[in-house]
Design a protein around this ligand. Structure first.
Ligand SMILES: Nc1ncnc2c1ncn2[C@@H]1O[C@H](COP(=O)(O)OP(=O)(O)O)[C@@H](O)[C@H]1O
Ligand SMILES: [Mg+2]
Length: 162
């Protein structure tokens, strides 16, 4: 359990964004406080902003070409050089099983000395390290600039409560 949070204080914290720019900004704030070894587990249907949020995480981690962050749907993992440590952006969308994930060596990125962000993380919950930061994205409505997204962090460590 992260220090500073009593069991009774734990729960899900939700943020709402109403444009891609706001999602990137939330990701940037999160990225600024991520630590080496963190695993960010992103869940949510197609088009709920997982890759958009990851762009923000990259910005916050000091990735110089954060605008270039694209979905690793086909490459399975994209590596970005951050200011403090690398960002490994993983995507389980096209992977069929836990065994395939492991055979591809993707689980090693959880322990590779950077921050690992995994899209479609709820496919196999057992795959995730217990300390993973679990984030769920969902469309909660429509705004003039896009969707209103609900971005929920399960039992967030205090540094992710803004
Ligand atoms: N509030 C919002 N936050 C993020 N993206 C939004 C928002 N509203 C609309 N969008 C659009 O939704 C899409 C999200 O795509 P993406 O981040 O690739 O989703 P995913 O990785 O979950 O499939 C983008 O086309 C983006 O422009
Ligand atoms: Mg994506």
């Amino acid at each position: 359990m992260p220090p500073g949070l009593e069991p009774s204080e734990r729960g899900t914290v939700s943020y709402f964004t109403s444009s891609p720019a706001e999602t990137i900004e939330l990701g940037r704030k999160m990225g600024e406080v991520l630590r080496e070894g963190d695993v960010v587990a992103l869940s949510g249907e197609l088009g709920t902003g997982k890759t958009c949020l990851t762009k923000g995480l990259a910005l916050g981690l000091g990735v110089p070409d954060a605008d270039d962050v694209i979905s690793p749907t086909f490459t399975l993992v994209n590596e970005y050089v951050g200011a403090r440590f690398p960002l490994y952006h993983l995507d389980a969308y096209r992977i069929e099983s836990i065994e395939d994930f492991q055979r591809a060596g993707l689980d090693e990125f959880f322990y590779a000395g950077g921050v690992a962000v995994l899209e479609w993380a709820d496919k196999w919950p057992a795959l995730l390290p217990a300390y993973s930061i679990r984030v769920t994205l969902a469309i909660a409505g429509e705004s003039s600039a896009g969707h209103i997204l609900r971005i929920s962090i399960e039992d967030p460590p205090p540094r992710l409560i803004f």
